[in-house]
Design a protein around this ligand. Sequence first.
Ligand code: HEC
Length: 95
Amino acid sequence: MKKVSLLFLFLFIACGAQETAELTTGEEIYTARCAACHQADFSGRAGPSLKTARVLDMPDSYWLQTILNGKGSMPAVRITEEQAQLVIDYVRESN
Ligand code: HEC
């Protein structure tokens, strides 16, 4: 790894928040943008569990709408539609 990217890596760790463009896998996006409220194991904390059949059976369009525009007390998550799709696939694959 180049020195510059190492420096950026340390900066991201130091700041505790990754730049949105740096989040390239569903797992990275989930960890950085969802886990605080929905917990790393999807069981829920401030936000509801994402493991229930009721939520998992909702179509991608519902998930996209919820993630990109927010829903009730869930604020809109500032990621691209592509990143939202990656995170949806990740949650579905993991449950
Ligand atoms: C700041 C906390 C917070 C963050 C961050 C957050 N959520 Fe939520 N989420 C909530 C809350 C609270 C609700 C319940 C909203 C409501 O219905 O009032 C919710 C609801 C949802 C729902 C709908 C569940 C249902 O019962 O219909 C989905 C799906 C969801 N979140 C996915 C995600 C994903 C994926 C991310 C990351 C991209 C994310 N959330 C980030 C707090 C959060």
